[in-house]
Design a protein around this ligand. Structure first.
Ligand code: PLP
Length: 499
């Protein structure tokens, strides 16, 4: 397929602007461009065909099943888009005075209340724009809290399990803390004996997602809480996996002091390709004074932004936070109403159905019921037939499925992390099972079929390392490489992936 620059013909236009009858301002010579920008010149039919063609070469939750573990790719109800496009929301200026934005502020306040209830913690800030930013904000709150207690210099360590998502250690380091890794036991829980020796008065806290990235609920969570709170440390809950437990169990009741939500996962939001997202945090009373400003507060029947929080860590994002994400999340939650737990129950049921049907054909490293996702291993296929998790993932694309997350969590060799979500029908799950079982059979009978997959996608097996490290991200005109002559032969690469 030709790039849009390659289709460009001088003088062609997709639109015509009205004649300018205003005086043309004089732009100082030093600010003027030396030559016009080299934009593609193309007529509307070609322009439309180009982008329509591109849209058919990509994959999204609206084109097929997308079991990308940990990323929670669920259906985005269209009613959310209607609501977010109501002029009162859509056209609101971020600097609008509180009096003229009562509806928007009320929605934010109500969302805060709901999130507090889901977390089992009293105070919420909507500001952070993603889970990872919620993590960093949570660690900044830990620092502010311990500094206030006079323990800021002594509490230097944050414990994270070896199953943690990559953003956890990154946030710990960015937050200025030292990492203390803790192992996983043979049942897939945190190894409590390993943990005991690592928590002391130098520990600021724990960072944990529960259920873990293995899709398993930690059976020792109460004991873990006693260990941390006994040492005066705090517990941080990475809420990326909250889709498993909404309305069923609450992080605050499990002992956690700080929680982030990934609104874009748990409460739906088109979020492939990196955004937009929302990562609100909820905290216990004693951490509330340090929350970012502004907070949305209610006074009788009026709502306002409150900046008067002298101990606040300040702002972590512009204005009130990612407002469109708030509206969609609020709409998603309200469409379940008081039955929000049905969302999590269906997600857990779907995951366990897939697990039960697939565990004979793939290895299951921790043989327990899962929550909203589970991790299989292609280790046996690799040992016996030389077929890797990457090959399985690529072959799934030929069946029209998005691959699951692979090679994560790191403690499972040849990991395939599968998360179906609550919105998939049984027929879809059955089609996925049929494909996975056929792939396992083909691994034994015709492994080459897998090694060269995908066979019928617009892009075949790519050199993932080269694509990541030497991506051609802009058109270089005369110097642009001729990509059509690049080798397309599949290469055996195992790129590590997080979700
Ligand atoms: C377990 C876990 N923690 C944290 C994150 C980071 O969240 P975000 O992508 O919103 O920054 C993710 C993202 O997938 C995750 O799966």
């Amino acid at each position: 397929m030709k790039l849009i620059y390659e289709q460009s013909q001088e003088g062609r236009r997709a639109s015509s602007l009205p004649r300018n009858d205003l005086p043309v301002p004089e732009i100082p010579a030093e600010l003027r461009r030396a030559r016009p920008p080299r934009l593609p010149e193309i007529a509307e039919p070609e322009l439309l065909r180009h982008f329509t063609k591109l849209s058919t070469r990509t994959f999204g939750i609206d084109t097929g099943f997308y079991p990308l573990g940990s990323c929670t790719m669920k259906h985005n109800p269209r009613v959310n888009e209607r609501v977010v496009n109501l002029p009162g929301f859509r056209d609101l200026h971020p600097l609008q005075e509180d009096d003229g934005a009562q509806g928007a502020l009320e929605l934010m306040w109500r969302l805060q209340e709901i999130l507090a209830e889901v977390a089992g913690l009293p105070a919420v800030s909507l500001q952070p724009a993603a889970g990872s930013q919620g993590e960093l904000t949570g660690l900044m709150l830990m620092r502010a809290y311990f500094a206030d207690l006079g323990e800021g210099e002594t509490r230097r360590k944050v414990v994270i399990p070896d199953t943690a998502h990559g953003t956890n250690p990154a946030s710990v380091t960015m937050g200025g803390y030292e990492l203390t890794p803790v192992q996983t036991d043979p049942r897939g829980n945190i190894d409590v004996d390993d943990l005991r020796g690592k928590v002391d008065e130098g520990t600021a806290g724990l960072m944990l997602t529960n259920p873990s990235t293995l899709g398993l609920f930690d059976e020792n969570i109460e004991e873990i809480g006693r260990i941390f709170h006994g040492a005066g440390s705090l517990m941080y809950y990475d809420g990326a996996n909250l889709n498993a437990v909404c309305g069923i169990s609450r992080p605050g009741d499990m002992g956690f002091d700080i929680v982030h939500f990934n609104l874009h996962k748990t409460f739906s939001q088109p979020h492939g390709g990196g955004g937009p997202g929302g990562g609100p945090i909820a905290v216990r009373d004693r951490l509330e004074p340090f929350l970012p400003v502004p907070a949305v507060v209610r006074e009788d029947d009026a709502f306002r932004l409150d900046y008067d929080r002298p101990q606040s860590i300040g702002k972590v994002r512009g204005f009130g936070g990612p407002f469109g994400v708030f509206v969609r999340s609020y709409a998603y939650i309200r469409s379940y109403g008081p039955g929000l737990r049905e969302m999590s129950e269906a997600a857990v049921l779907n995951a366990n159905y897939l697990l039960a049907r697939l565990k004979g054909a793939y290895e299951l490293p921790f043989d327990r019921l899962c929550l909203h996702e589970f991790v299989l291993s292609a280790r046996r296929l690799k040992r016996e037939h030389g077929v890797t998790a990457l090959d399985v993932a690529k072959r799934l694309m030929d069946y029209g499925f998005h691959p699951p997350t692979i090679y994560f969590p790191l403690i499972v060799p040849e990991a395939l992390m599968i998360e179906p979500t609550e919105t998939e029908a049984k027929e879809t799950l059955d089609e996925f099972v049929a494909a996975m079982l056929e792939i396992a059979r083909d691994a034994a009978e015709s492994p080459e079929l897998l090694k060269e997959a995908p066979h019928d996608r617009p892009v075949r097996r790519v050199d993932e390392v080269k694509a990541a490290k030497r991506g051609v991200l802009r058109y270089l005109f005369e110097d642009h490489p001729d990509l059509s002559t690049e080798p397309t032969a599949p290469r055996q690469l195992e790129a590590q992936k997080g979700a």
